[in-house]
Design a protein around this ligand. Structure first.
Ligand SMILES: [Zn+2]
Length: 143
């Protein structure tokens, strides 16, 4: 086939001249954490877990200074002025001691909702299938 401007832009399988839309399966195959905005996932996750805002994960004291709020939003470590203990927003949550950050957690949820099995999700997130099975069990308990 001779290369022309039209052959570079038009698929021969689509006489209408419009490229075929990517099918949902292709989108699901390509979906990865880089498609998700880390800041948005983190902000959503913090709001879902802690609607009351920044606070000590040990004694519950509200952490109200702008510096504390910024550290909280960045998932940083904070020292409580009351009890003196250190915590992050993830301390004593479903993601403490987890290899998943909020963005990867959102991806896990999307892949599970899309119907992927444990092995396929585990492969995408580079965790064990057992890890995915445990997440499903946690969701069943929480529902
Ligand atoms: Zn405290």
């Amino acid at each position: 086939m001779e290369f022309t401007k039209s052959t570079a832009l038009v698929s021969p399988r689509h006489p209408s001249g419009k490229p075929a839309p990517p099918l949902p399966g292709a989108v699901l195959t390509a979906l990865g954490e880089i498609w998700l905005d880390s800041h948005s996932c983190q902000a959503w996750f913090l709001q879902a877990l802690h609607p009351q805002g920044p606070h000590c994960r040990w004694c519950g004291r509200a952490l109200t200074s702008p510096a504390q709020a910024a550290t909280w939003q960045a998932l940083g470590r904070l020292r409580c002025p009351d009890c003196g203990r250190w915590c992050t927003p993830l301390t004593n949550t479903i993601l403490s001691k987890s290899s998943l950050d909020p963005r990867r957690y959102v991806l896990l949820c999307l892949l599970a909702l899309a119907g992927l099995d444990d092995r396929a999700i585990a492969q995408r997130l580079q965790v064990s299938a057992e890890t995915i099975r445990r997440w499903r069990a946690r969701w069943r308990e929480a529902a």
